[in-house]
Design a protein around this ligand. Structure first.
Ligand code: COS
Length: 384
């Protein structure tokens, strides 16, 4: 699946114009109100952003992974809160359904997701199951033509906005690990499903995360994703592999913006009678950031190309996620340093971006989980 090159270039161009003309000017409103204005969300629907990764036959744009990474890189040159509105629908919330859903399930949800009529969320994390995702405790007990869900999911992005939840729950209590887990497509309006108020966070104001609580929530048996029990964890892992490439382009996109802010400041700010960008110690910070950015963009596009050619990218996606998110942290830190005291002030955007990018190293697998995935895959090739 890929969009033809001419249309793709038009989409990419439209997104970069949208970023400049609509999103960057709205960044302060998002920060002040802790929300993304509805008219901007509507513009995102009109641009087709909710349907970037959904196949064309279900009403999406059907971008391949390389194209998605390029578009997300453009979109993330504005505050990450904008991307978050579409992020779960484009990425982890919908891709399990695209990969493994039955035709009936795809018909039911994908066209509405693609148009942005509804959003989706990915419910894996729990209070006691973060990095150790396979230890999740939420249960789904078969009862006639229904499954009854009980448990709590934590830090669920866009649950408050969602019309469809992809929920990982244990269908076989006798199997403690991965193989006892199944995935369900759940309507959040189901009785027994409660979405808590939005969490307060360090940054990324305007993004919405919350607990999702299941108390004897009865979902029809045909909500079992793919119609097969025991596949949920494996699907979640494949979804996260792909999601890590998406997040890598989130990281390179915002890194490019932050570096541009630092570069502009270095060119304008004068000390000791000249622009600070003329001092070699400032140049070193700019150069290191540029190299980090270039490396991150290159590796992400390389791995995305391999994903499109159906190669196994589990290890490479973890490499990209680890490198690009750590690089975003380094770039943001240097941008604050280049700004000096001004970099600590809310008036300059690098202070905000510095807080915003901190999350990148945590969600969809911490840096330490990426290291573990990389090393395990390396050792597999030796032990095979
Ligand atoms: N694709 C498909 N299957 C995979 C996979 C992948 N990328 N990675 C692992 N699996 C399979 C394994 O093959 C194994 O299969 P069997 O049950 O047949 O043996 C099973 O899943 C369990 O894998 P593993 O033994 O490696 O599981 P662990 O519990 O030791 O660790 C990690 C798995 C740590 C990698 C996983 O829990 C993880 O990614 N944690 C981070 C979760 C995360 O990113 N959370 C963010 C929340 S979502 S925003």
């Amino acid at each position: 699946m890929a969009l033809d090159q001419d249309t793709f270039l038009q989409v990419k161009d439209a997104v970069s114009r949208f970023v400049r003309e609509r999103l960057v000017p709205a960044e302060d409103i998002v920060e002040e109100t802790n929300d993304v204005p509805e008219d901007i969300i509507q513009d995102m629907r009109d641009l087709g952003l909710f349907g970037l990764s959904i196949p064309e036959e279900y009403g999406g744009l059907g971008l391949n992974m390389s194209q998605e990474c390029e578009v997300i890189h453009e979109l993330c040159q504005a505050s990450l809160s904008f991307r978050s509105v579409i992020g779960t629908t484009v990425g982890i919330g919908s891709q399990g359904l695209v990969m493994t859903g039955t035709e009936e399930q795809k018909q039911e949800y994908l066209p509405r997701l693609a148009s942005g009529e509804i959003s989706s969320s990915f419910c894996l994390t729990e209070p006691e199951a973060g990095s150790d995702a396979a230890s999740l405790r939420t249960t789904a007990k078969k009862d006639g033509d229904f499954y009854v869900l009980n448990g709590t999911k934590r830090f669920i992005t866009n649950a408050l906005r969602a019309g469809m939840l992809t929920v990982m729950a244990r269908t076989d209590p006798d199997k403690k690990g991965a193989s006892g887990v199944s995935a369900f497509l759940v309507d959040p309006a189901t009785p027994g499903v409660t979405i808590s108020k939005a969490d307060d966070k360090m940054g990324q104001r305007g993004t919405k995360t919350s607990d999702v609580i299941f108390e004897n929530a009865r979902v029809p048996a045909n909500a079992l994703m793919g119609g097969e029990e025991g596949q949920g964890f494996y699907t979640a892992m494949r979804v996260l592999d792909r999601g890590r490439l998406h997040l890598s382009s989130v990281s390179t996109g915002i890194s490019e913006r932050i570096l541009q802010e630092a570069l502009n400041y270095a060119a304008e700010r004068k000390q000791f009678g000249k622009a600070i960008g003329e001092f070699q110690l400032v140049q070193a910070m700019l150069a290191d950031s540029q190299a980090d950015l270039y490396a991150g963009k290159s590796m992400t596009l390389d791995a995305a190309g391999k994903f499109d050619r159906k190669e196994d990218i589990a290890m490479l996606a973890a490499c990209c996620k680890m490198f690009t998110t750590e690089a975003a942290g380094r770039i943001a830190d240097k941008a604050v340093q280049i700004h000096g005291g001004a970099g600590y002030m809310a008036e300059y955007k690098v202070e905000r971006f510095y807080r915003d990018v901190r999350l990148l190293r945590l969600y969809e697998g911490t840096t330490q989980i990426q290291q573990l995935v990389i090393a395990r895959n390396m050792l597999k090739s030796v032990n095979a």
